[in-house]
Design a protein around this ligand. Structure first.
Ligand code: CP
Length: 347
């Protein structure tokens, strides 16, 4: 049985995701992650045809933010609206979270009120604590010190659209590999079978713990992981070149040192001249123009950063739908292929 739009969603194939947390994509098998990408493609096709998709009518997502956001906040909120539900934006400092009320108590209370929680936290440990006591799915909307899996699964979806596959490609991450985005890109892509080259000065390279996880992924998927301090060597064979902002909330006096250390890793026309034809540039945004990349790279025809930003909504709709789940087959025949994939086989 396939979805009405022709996507390869088998009956019952997504049913096992219902009720699970998405603290990291590393707790999901390659097959489960590919299933989410198929669902995102099916939902995006329906969105493009303006077919209403009210799978999550009367469902609510609580969105907790310890730090500001443009893409994460807007894409989750718009995604819930398009699925027929509602999202609550809980701005930094607006609720008791680990201050006046423990994280565990917050998790237990919110779980009685909504159907899923998305949180952006400074520390991954806070998100893990939230998930440990929540009885509804908890989704990682970025933990500053570790991981951004909704972004990097979106990146995988965007790569799939441009290259027709994620498996067998080579991706380079150039610059601040120690950032949560460096960690997340390396872990997601190696899990899905894409080889990674991480180019950074030693003090900005990924940690040995993250390297071990990425190498374990490679052992299973057949991908490879290369760590280097040579930006040119990193990009020559790359199908996709990633970078990330050199700073976000760092104090002003730390920026000059980051500029000095990371300057040789700036994505500019001289470095891009070493890439092969067809290579694409990706950046999760926000970008700091003139720092980690020049305008000529960010605004180039080979830059797919706006596709990445748009796809946040389509991938996250798939994630919300799979984790929250549905109780019965939708009446609309256009939605029944997806409905059968979400429900246990035979229901
Ligand atoms: N890429 C990303 O997460 O952007 P925001 O910080 O705007 O949510």
């Amino acid at each position: 049985m396939s979805a009405q739009d022709g996507s390869p969603l088998a009956a019952g194939s997504l049913a096992g995701l219902r009720g699970r947390h998405f603290v990291t994509d590393q707790y999901y098998s390659r097959e489960e992650l590919l299933g989410l990408l198929d669902l995102a493609a099916a939902l995006k096709a329906l969105y493009r045809r303006r077919v209403p998709t009210p799978f999550l009518q009367d469902r609510t997502l609580a969105m907790i933010f310890e730090h500001p956001s443009t893409r994460t906040r807007i894409s989750f909120e718009a995604g819930m609206t398009e699925l027929g539900g509602h999202a609550q934006y809980l701005r930094p400092g607006e609720i008791h979270l680990g201050g006046h009320e423990t994280v565990a108590d917050t998790a237990r209370v919110i779980s009685r009120l909504v159907d899923a929680i998305m949180a952006r936290t400074a520390f991954h440990a806070t998100l893990a604590e939230l998930a440990a006591d929540a009885t509804v799915p908890v989704i990682n909307g970025l933990t500053d010190d570790y991981d951004h899996p909704v972004q990097t699964m979106t990146d995988a979806f965007t790569i799939l659209e441009h290259f027709g596959t994620v498996e067998g490609l080579t991706c380079a991450f150039v610059g601040k590999c120690a950032d949560a985005m460096g960690t997340s890109v390396a872990l997601t892509m190696t899990r899905l079978g894409s080889s990674m080259v991480m180019a950074a000065p030693p003090q900005e390279q990924m940690t040995p713990e993250v390297e071990a996880l990425a190498r374990a992924n490679c052992a299973r998927s057949g991908a490879s992981l290369t760590l280097t301090d040579d930006a040119i060597a990193a990009v020559v064979d790359a199908d996709v070149v990633f970078t990330v902002g050199w700073w976000w909330m760092q104090p002003e006096d730390e920026k000059d040192e980051l500029r000095r250390v990371l300057g040789p890793y700036q994505l500019n026309e001289a470095l891009w001249a070493h890439t092969k034809p067809g290579a694409k540039f990706m950046h999760c945004l926000p970008a700091i123009r003139g720092e980690e990349m020049t305008d000529a790279i960010l605004d180039a025809p080979f830059s797919i950063v706006l596709d990445e930003a748009e796809n946040r909504k389509h991938f996250q709709k798939a994630l919300l739908l799979a984790l929250i789940g549905i109780d019965e087959l939708p009446a609309d025949p256009a939605l029944q292929g997806i409905g059968r994939a979400l429900l246990p086989k035979g229901e």
